[in-house]
Design a protein around this ligand. Structure first.
Ligand SMILES: Cc1cc2nc3c(=O)[nH]c(=O)nc-3n(C[C@H](O)[C@H](O)[C@H](O)COP(=O)(O)OP(=O)(O)OC[C@H]3O[C@@H](n4cnc5c(N)ncnc54)[C@H](O)[C@@H]3O)c2cc1C
Length: 405
């Protein structure tokens, strides 16, 4: 095979694209992962990044199966075993002990997960990481697309994998359409220092202006995610860290421990977006390129990693059967595994979001009833927990700890 001819070219080496590359590592396929920017080197002395994600147990299994979990735990991560959700009438606590698990999930900086995966890619002789590289042109031809880089290099791909995020250029170039809407809300992420370590619990509260979440980080640090109207988030962004600290102290309940210092902030507009189709002959969408979900319950990268695992499984099975990996019927197997599952997760998140941001009395009554029931009915509570941990639904093999090669 020509040096510049690949079976699979993954555009985007973020967490999901790098996971596709690692999942195909060691297979017969010749793979390239293109990423425009290498993440900055990591050291434990550095402050935590603002971008962190709650990784599920299923995500951990995928990272373990592709050999990248070690790269996460050797850097920095914060396991949690309890999740508390509270409303006006009491609260509900989910505890992994109730389902005989050590943890519910892990708060990990996005850069750490991405670096662990990119580092692992280098171990595979069948995978090339082309980074830093920008794509100049994409000439989509089903089964033989051509990409020109800005350094003049030209490569060809039997299958093009779009892992280039929510604004995916690949998706737009090949004409796969999306349905999207704006939630008219922004999420403000606030990195804080607290009086004491946040230990093993995440907190989530629902108030009329939107959810408020508190995620533990290692040491005496935490990450607050404050959902609010774009105007209110703009106001909060403009005030000094000292003034923001006062607002946090007034707004967040005492049981979180005293916030000592605001270190950094960022904000993100919230948007829901879903591709009408994930595949076309010779091209496939994964991760945020396929779906953007309300981050309310921290599932975006988790479902993206499930996409990566499912796609690798389908491609490797196709190779074993001697099928063409660019063939639409082969790629539709991946779409069948993932699109409905992702739609289900997005719909649940939306229902949650609408129920919890609604102040109509009957809805308030129903949600208090729901939380009260969830607190008392153990099987319901355990099912919610298993869902959040990514242990329910139609899981790809890697997420169940089963090999695909
Ligand atoms: C406030 C907030 C909180 C969140 N919290 C959570 C959480 O707790 N848990 C969770 O699961 N999810 C969470 N998410 C969602 C999660 O961050 C995304 O789902 C995830 O980052 C998507 O990963 P991705 O690899 O698909 O896309 P991206 O992270 O967008 O990566 C795309 C990559 O492609 C590269 N790229 C793009 N274009 C090109 C090109 N032309 N050439 C080369 N490279 C290119 C980019 O450099 C980037 O590295 C949160 C999101 C927000 C906004």
């Amino acid at each position: 095979m020509n040096k510049n001819q690949y079976d699979v070219v993954v555009v985007g080496g973020g967490m999901v694209g790098a996971a596709v590359g690692c999942s195909l590592g060691g297979s017969q396929l010749k793979v390239a992962v293109i990423e425009r920017q290498m993440p900055e080197n990591f050291s434990v002395e550095q402050a935590h990044d603002l971008r962190v994600s709650a990784l599920s147990i299923a995500s951990r299994r995928i990272l373990e199966m592709v050999g990248a979990w070690e790269g996460v735990i050797s850097r920095r991560f914060c396991p949690y075993k309890r999740m508390r959700v509270w409303e006006t009438k009491g609260d509900t606590e989910f505890n992994s002990d109730n389902i005989n698990r050590d943890e519910l999930g892990y708060i990990v900086e996005n850069r750490v997960t991405q670096m662990a995966l990119l580092e692992r890619l280098k171990d595979f002789t069948n995978v090339d990481l082309l980074c830093p590289t920008n794509i100049k042109t994409i000439n989509y031809v089903a089964g033989n697309s051509e990409l020109e880089m800005d350094d003049g290099r030209v490569i060809n791909a039997k299958l093009l994998v779009a892992a280039d995020g929510g604004q995916s250029r690949v998706r737009q170039t090949v004409g796969l359409g999306v349905t999207s809407w704006d939630y008219q809300q922004h999420a403000m992420v606030i990195y804080i220092e607290t009086d004491y370590g946040q230990q093993d619990i995440t907190w989530q509260r629902f108030v009329p202006s939107g959810p408020q979440a508190f995620l533990p980080l290692t040491g005496n640090y935490g990450s607050i995610v404050w959902y609010n109207s774009p105007d209110e988030v703009n106001r909060l962004k403009k005030i000094s860290h000292a003034a923001l600290l006062t607002e946090l102290t007034d707004t967040f309940p005492d049981c979180l421990g005293k916030v000592k210092r605001v270190i950094a902030t960022a904000s993100f507009p919230l948007k829901r977006q879903h591709a009408q189709n994930y595949v076309k002959s010779g091209v496939v969408l994964v991760g945020d390129a396929a779906h953007m979900i309300n981050p309310l319950a921290g599932q975006g990268v988790n479902i993206g990693l499930l996409d990566a695992a499912a796609l690798a499984q389908v491609l490797i099975e196709a190779v074993k059967r001697g099928q063409d990996i660019a063939n639409l019927a082969v790629l539709q197997k991946y779409e069948k595994m993932r699109r409905n599952e992702n739609l289900k997760m997005m719909t649940i998140m939306d229902a949650f979001y609408r129920i919890f941001s609604n102040q109509l009395l009957p809805i308030k009554f129903l949600r208090n009833l729901g939380l009260g029931l969830a607190e008392r009915v153990t099987p319901a509570k355990n099912l919610i927990m298993r869902y959040a941990m990514g242990l329910e639904g139609n899981l790809p093999k890697l997420a169940k700890g089963e090999p695909i090669l």
